[in-house]
Design a protein around this ligand. Structure first.
Ligand code: FES
Ligand SMILES: [Fe+2]
Length: 420
């Protein structure tokens, strides 16, 4: 029997105590506010920079450009199997240590030692300085004290996080909290069939997060892709998305999952019928075994997906058809960011499974393009400054929360430190 939670106490927004008044978007148009976000948020929060599968063996590494924090880091699997992160800068004269043709581009690979391209200083995988050319020509150089500068690094469920603070205020698992860590046991490690997208978006990073935090737009913006029946059936259950949860500073929305391809295959597009796949993923559900309690926490039935929005800029989307997506929104200026979308499945066992995965991956890209398409137009007009207060409905409750939490982190960083 279908089961959907009802908004508690009249509305989700009132339930979470987020206020019902119109919301300002000045935090998305102000270069000065962006400067504060960089330090207050990106300089001190746990940031997901990738997965352990990208570091399969000793010496595997990847670099990550953290433009908002004005730095680059290198993440590496050490000889003792530890995943470590370092600032990607040579201790001699500050050359970027790991890069290929373009010093601003990310790279990955595998090595026994890191060698600086400038004068050949060499570093072990644990960051220690192993070799200095013509060392006798230096004055008082203590190699022991000139290893690569480490960055706090920890791994949860195969997701590699870094924290640029001198001393993070919380451990990674404290930061992630019970709502997110309840996903432990989901077979992320088995889902190694990956499709990756990356795009530069001319809009503030929070605007794209907002676009994926509500499904109010779906029947309108995605009208041509989404059969009317999806929306009308979802609407009849209440909202397009029936369940919201907040575990500060993170948030979650779960959607309904009407399996139209089972009940009304003729309403699906010819390519979807041919490939047996589409927006919701492959029609033939992957068998992932028993899922952890954190998945579909409201036990929606039928259930479509959970979108776990992990502060500040990382989203894990778990689909009922047995696959998952991640989104990252990396600010590069107050009005631009780099969006990364990754799509993960179990390895395909047959050509048909592979085709179904590719169809889901390109359908996701099509939807994401539609979502991103409005952002530049929104940024432009927000910047015109004529209007600064905007009404958000109850389905947009998570947008209120994101902007509220960003403001709280920025305000907290502005407070003078309390002496211990
Ligand atoms: S700057 Fe790296 S060896 Fe000189
Ligand atoms: Fe969308």
């Amino acid at each position: 029997m279908a089961r959907f939670p009802k908004p508690p106490e009249g509305s989700w927004t009132e339930h979470f105590g987020l206020g019902t008044e119109p919301v300002s978007y000045a935090d998305s148009t102000s270069p000065a506010f962006y400067e504060r976000e960089r330090e207050a948020i990106f300089g001190r929060v746990w940031l997901n920079v990738g997965r352990v599968e990208s570091l399969p063996r000793t010496g595997s590494y990847f670099t990550k450009e953290l433009v908002a924090a004005q730095t680059s880091i290198v993440v590496v699997r050490d000889r003792d199997n530890t995943i470590r992160a370092f600032y990607n800068v040579c201790r001699h004269r500050g050359n970027k240590l790991v890069w290929n043709d373009d010093p601003r581009a990310e790279t990955q690979g595998s090595c026994r030692q890191f060698v600086c391209k400038y004068h050949g200083w060499r570093y072990q995988l644990d960051g220690s300085l192993a070799h200095v050319q013509q060392e006798h020509e230096f004055f008082d150089l203590d190699k022991e004290r000139h290893g690569l500068v480490p960055v706090h690094c920890d791994v949860w469920a195969g997701f590699v996080f870094v924290n640029l603070a001198d001393e993070p205020r919380q451990t990674l698992s404290e930061f992630l909290g019970p709502m997110v860590t309840a996903l432990e046991g989901y077979p992320f490690d088995r889902m190694t069939s990956r499709f990756a997208y990356r795009a530069t978006i001319h809009a503030n990073w929070k605007l794209f997060m907002d676009a994926f935090a509500e499904f109010y737009h779906a029947p309108v913006l995605h009208m041509k892709q989404s059969p009317e029946k999806y929306s009308s059936m979802a609407r009849s259950s209440g909202f397009e998305a029936p369940h919201y949860q907040i575990d500060d500073p993170h948030r979650l929305v779960s959607t309904t999952g009407v399996r139209l391809w089972e009940t009304d295959p003729q309403s699906m597009k010819p390519m979807e019928r041919l490939t047996r796949s589409g927006l919701f993923g492959p029609w033939d559900k992957a068998d992932l075994g028993e899922l952890p309690s954190g998945v579909n926490p409201a036990r929606c039935n039928p259930w479509g997906l959970d979108s776990f929005q992990i502060f500040p800029n990382f989203v894990i989307l778990i689909w009922s058809q047995g696959w998952y997506l991640t989104y990252h929104y990396w600010p590069t200026a107050y009005d631009t960011h780099v969006f990364e979308g990754n799509v993960y499945f179990l390895p395909a066992r047959t050509a048909r499974e592979r085709v179904a995965q590719e169809m889901a991956a390109v359908t996701f890209k099509e939807f994401a393009l539609q979502d991103s398409n409005t952002l530049e137009a929104t940024q432009l007009m927000l910047e015109s400054g004529y209007i600064d207060r905007f009404h958000l409905n109850d389905q947009e409750v998570l947008i209120r929360h994101l902007h509220r939490v960003v403001a709280e982190w920025v305000d907290a960083a502005d407070q003078p430190a309390v002496p211990a």
